[in-house]
Design a protein around this ligand. Structure first.
Ligand code: HEC
Length: 175
């Protein structure tokens, strides 16, 4: 360090040495310039330059909206169709055992929560009613499962509820 030349100015007797910048720092600096040039070419950067990637805010926005619409479309599932697949009903039954049976009973005959196998439905037994009940919960003590279960788990357990609904008399008694 001491062999670095002293610059030709001093301030209150403090002199400045003309040390070169550290190598690693310089290389990082050059690398960042190369990167930013590549970035500026690839993406829209200057007012006249649309970028070679074809990326636009509008397209980005459209993709995220499409993703959201796909989720919304998944909300319009057909529970009857799902319940026609035995493996879906079986998966739904397992979800029901671990999440719902504590309140609704092992066979959904009703405990704290109402019986789900009879034909009495406070909130309706249409697909959208069952899905909304499970997803958002109901004020009388039915928790909202939309934030605990994944969307496909909600539809799966809903398909199970659909499959057992309207099959028995009150409290699970045979019809
Ligand atoms: C903490 C207890 C509890 C758990 C756990 C629970 N429920 Fe409920 N559920 C209730 C109660 C209480 C009601 C009645 C709500 C009301 O009347 O406002 C209800 C209502 C319902 C209804 C509407 C019934 C109707 O008559 O319209 C459905 C469907 C339902 N639950 C499904 C489920 C499913 C599926 C699960 C598991 C993912 C589940 N519940 C877990 C307590 C629970």
């Amino acid at each position: 360090m001491s062999e670095a030349p002293v610059l030709d100015h001093s301030c209150d007797g403090i002199e400045e040495l003309d040390n070169p910048l550290p190598r690693w720092w310089l290389y990082l600096f050059y690398l960042s310039i190369v990167f930013s040039l590549g970035y500026a070419v690839y993406y829209p950067s200057l007012w006249f330059w649309p970028g070679t990637s074809g990326w636009t805010q509008e397209k980005q926005w459209a993709t995220s909206t499409v993703a959201r619409t796909a989720v919304a479309a998944a909300a319009e599932v057909n529970l009857g169709e799902l319940a026609a697949k035995p493996e879906t009903v079986e998966a739904g039954r397992k979800l029901f055992s671990s999440n719902c049976a504590s309140c609704h009973g092992n066979n959904a005959e009703g405990k704290i929560g109402p019986c789900l196998t009879d034909s009495e439905w406070k909130f309706g037994s249409e697909d959208k009613n069952i899905l909304e009940t499970i997803r958002k919960g109901r004020p009388g003590g039915m928790p909202a499962w939309g934030s605990f279960l994944k969307p496909d788990q909600v539809t799966t357990v809903a398909a199970y509820v659909h499959s057992i609904g309207n099959t028995t008399g009150p409290k699970g008694a045979p019809k």
